[in-house]
Write a protein of this length. Structure first.
Length: 302
């Protein structure tokens, strides 16, 4: 995330909780007679700010906040304290602070009637583009983010910054397979996306539906998988029944690996070195999904 940190400021790591100590600790005075803070530097100005003087950014790209999840987060803050500061900017004209990143924590604190929140205050001006990029990044790396929400956040970030999927993966320290599978969900019809969003259909199984040409048939097969409670192996078998068989022609490339061979056939995956790597990565993702599916109980629903 180094490029984004350079662009938006070092305190961003603290506000997003990616391994940087809180600015309040970094600014503490050295111990008497010691050299504890030699070589360290403050990351930003940290303050405990009353919750009622903090307001959300009206341009925040996220619109949905689940009350149950907010209640869980608020209870955690109340019991264990705030683990990560939120990030705010000054609004001197209205005597308030506007959230840049951390709106969920603010909403959770307000719900639980917590009086103050630890905040990192941005005192320099930020462009609309910088604010949006930071908010999108926070949305992308949230653990509670739903698959379709995450896919839309990836896509918006790609459009905003002109990034490829691989660049998104690199900037957010995610695997290319994770980003690729998420983006693939956006190509599925609405009914399938809804099943993924509600947790009825695992994202990895939904991604396999792309092998079916017809969106209507994709939705039909997805509904049947959920309705009949098929496990992953059963779901994949159902999908293969409806996926067209394609004849493979053209160049063949064989890679010798421990215990066997990996073969690429056809014109598509063999045009150039980068295309081969993408094809192999996709095959690896499918193998990992299949291996994960084998770990469940035979009767586990897909």
């Amino acid at each position: 995330m180094s490029k984004i940190t350079d662009k938006l400021g070092g305190a961003m790591r603290a506000s997003l909780g990616v391994g940087t100590p809180a600015a309040a600790e970094a600014q503490a005075p050295p111990a008497a007679g010691g050299n504890l803070y030699a070589g360290t530097r403050a990351l930003g100005e940290a303050r405990a700010i009353p919750v009622d003087r903090i307001v959300p950014d009206p341009d925040q790209p996220r619109r949905e906040f689940e009350p149950e999840k907010l209640a869980e987060l608020g209870l955690s803050i109340k019991r264990r304290g705030q683990l990560q500061p939120i990030r705010v900017r000054e609004d001197k004209e209205n005597d308030r602070f506007v959230i840049v990143a951390g709106e969920r924590r603010w909403r959770a604190a307000r719900m639980m009637e917590i009086s103050t929140l630890d905040c990192l205050v941005v005192k320099r001006s930020m462009t609309d583009g910088e604010k949006l990029t930071l908010q999108l990044i926070e949305n992308c790396v949230r653990e509670d983010l739903k698959p379709i929400e995450q896919a839309h956040a990836f896509r918006t970030l790609m459009d905003r910054e002109g990034w490829t999927a691989e660049q998104v993966a690199k900037e957010l320290n995610l695997s290319p397979q994770t980003v690729g599978r998420a983006l693939a969900l956006l190509g599925l019809p609405g009914p399938v996306q809804e099943l993924v969003e509600t947790g009825s259909l695992p994202p990895s199984t939904a991604a396999e539906l792309r092998s079916i040409d017809s969106p209507a048939k994709q939705a039909e097969v997805a509904a049947r998988i959920v309705r009949e409670g098929k496990n992953r192996d059963q779901a994949l078998a159902e999908i293969r029944v409806h996926a067209p068989r394609r004849r493979v022609a053209g160049t063949q490339f064989t890679y010798e690996v421990t215990g066997g061979q990996v073969v690429l056939k056809g014109r598509g995956p063999c045009q150039d070195a980068a295309a081969k790597v993408r094809a192999l990565r996709e095959a690896l993702a499918q193998a990992e999904d299949a291996a994960a599916g084998q770990g469940g109980e035979p009767g586990e629903a897909a």
